[in-house]
Ligand binder design. Sequence first.
Ligand code: GLC
Ligand code: CA
Length: 591
Amino acid sequence: MFWSKTVRTFVTTALLACTTAIPAQQLINGYEPKWWKEAIVYQVYPRSFKDSNGDGIGDLRGITSKLDYLQKLGVNVIWLSPHFDSPNVDGGYDIRDYRKVMTEFGTMTDFDTLIAGIKQRNMRLIIDLVVNHTSDENKWFVESRSSKTNPYRDFYIWRPGHTAPDGTRTPPNNYPSYFSGSAWTLDPKTNEYYLHYFAVKQPDLNWENPKVREEVFSIMRFWLDKGVDGFRMDVIPLLSKPTGMPDLTPAQLENPPNAYANGPHLTEYLQEMNREVLSEYDTVTVGEATGTTLAQTNSLVDDRRHELNMIFNFDAAQLRHPDFGPPQFGPWSLPALKAIYDSHATVLSKHDWDTVFLSNHDSPRVVSTFGNDSPAMRVSSAKLLETMILTLRGTPFLYEGDELGMTNYPFKDLSDYNDIAVKNAYKEEVETGKVSAASFLAEQAEFTRDNARTPMQWDSSPEAGFTTGTHPWLAVNPNYKEINAAQEESDPASVLNYVRALIKLRSSALAFVYGDYQDLDPQNEKIYTYTRTLGTEKYLVIENFSCSLVTYTLPNGLKAANLLLSNIPRSREANVSTLNLAPWESRIYKQ
Ligand code: GLC
Ligand code: CA
């Protein structure tokens, strides 16, 4: 059975991609082994990580000064959010010069020092590739908007739009922007509209123009030649725009990202990128797959297609707060979360590879969203969530501060926020009277991206040791005196020390990487229990997603054998089929 499957693999591989198939004996449980499948990735948002010069803004030297901390944590790949020159209207996701470091973050020499420090520690670095759009201050756009005949005109997407008999202008279609309002802005100089799926200052590039692709490929080579190990690709399914860009239908308006994503030429662009650039280097790519359903995943990551290695599918991370559509306040459903992971395990094949994450710089804090950040439950629930992320299928991505159990910030007024998404939405929803200020602010406090962007809490000194200055660019969470790395370092029961132990355990067992996953009790509303199995090696993970004690009998007469790790230090139960689980307790057993 195994053998015949391998033969089938060989045949399809040869037919589809004309590449050499991997001999069966080199596969692990049917998967081709790769360093990035075994990696544990840690995302650094440079502005918020560590300030080295007291100006209140995190910078590259700050990151270099914390590499020992990251090495001790046990992560081996760093994903750096954009560090490029940018007017910074969208946290650096609006790039002015792709070959220059953002002035506030330092210099190219600082970047070289950072990458050298990462390599010295046998870690790797992936950087953000933001090429669906640029800043409007990018020289390409400055040229492009200057006249209809400028050689850069076709680097962006320009349309005349509609003109009513009375001269009133309206946009070419009804596309909404991710950041409120229309996705089109009329540019007075040439009297045409340009497309921007995000902010007005983030015009979308025209990927149909081969010169755009060449420029992007050359930027990629520039950074790969510096030694970066790959890219996290920002909103990558948006590169190819829908054919003809007709109005979205009412149904499509319910979920515009899905209508925008995976356009007709995406495959072609990604395969070209692979052929021209990526195939020349030992890299990893992870695409931020906005608007992409699980069923569409294979077409981006199947290793016979030579497109991306992995994507971020947002079904789990955005369970409570989709990009468009109402957020879910209050209790959420554990079976719904499990159903997402269960379907990933079913739908994705041995040729696909998954990621597992619940947080990033665009989401609220994981413990506040999926755990419980009250003083009594915060530590246990933060540990439980990290347990889940580090034992499920797929390469795990941790976000800075999650290893400390950092929480959402107590946002109150509009002036507490930095994010352009919040400011634009306020104008569109509150200032037009559609939503009351109170309910808008309540929603933002719970789900805003700024929750993730408050400075890292390093110690209990003023400004949490993030900066020696007095004005961090975004306020430090007032709970930094209790929640900070220095305090957690000295506390054996801290989230930090637990995550270190967890990473060590995951790194010691390939079953957590290549092993099969089975959910033993999908409908249980409080308990998530699953196995990871590789050959004769089997691990059982049990997680109590509730604030109550649960006496839980394992299904199918199963016994929990040797307890390897629990997030509740006093936990001892082994060789039992009924477990007494404390609130938010998680355990890992070797069977
Ligand atoms: C991605 C980034 C987000 C940014 C957007 C536009 O979603 O993660 O931070 O606002 O792209 O670049
Ligand atoms: Ca600084």
